[in-house]
Design a protein around this ligand. Sequence first.
Ligand code: AMP
Length: 208
Amino acid sequence: MRLIFIGPPGAGKGTQCGRITKKLNIPHISTGDMFRAAVEQGTPMGVEAQRYMTAGELVPDEVVIGLVRERLSKSDVAEGFLLDGFPRTVPQAEALQETLKELEQSLDAVALLEVPDDLIVERIVGRRTDPETGRIYHVTFDPPPIQIIPRLRHRSDDTEEAVRARLEAYHGQTAPLIPFYEELGLLRRVDGVGEVDEITERLMGALR
Ligand code: AMP
């Protein structure tokens, strides 16, 4: 299956994508994770991306599009993939359509994970990631085991100020993808409020 997940920052895309890709046995392509890896390695792209990421702004389309094009040309994604955090603008979505056409592939579904803005800031500011397993915790809603607390990471863009900028980018630049994919008949709306397991079930139901 070829899938896309869209939704505001903090909607639980990362957590749910990890679960869904395991169930469907398809590669998880997260542009945010690719940029974070580039930042950590100090590559030229990482250095450029970091400026935007820290400010909660989107990395320029041409950088992201190039990155995804290259990733989609690899053999492990020939049978399917789940794109998480891409596309985030209409030009990115158009470039993706173009790339898939060249590869003679098409999308099966676009899941929109819906969470109201007032829940998002609280969710994001308390979010912590375990670098060893990739598992995402929340200091209040999903507390980590005490012994792993020292190794947990807090994303540098998970501050209240950056979250507000990321929400603004979502509503201004990413939300236009909703009518874009609705018109293509691909959009599946899923309520992203509730227990993690329950939301995974809703997503699996919507993607079937
Ligand atoms: P994420 O982990 O998906 O929330 O992405 C973290 C940050 O990486 C975003 O706030 C952007 O600065 C950048 N980023 C990730 N994916 C994209 C994209 N498709 N377009 C532009 N910027 C992106």
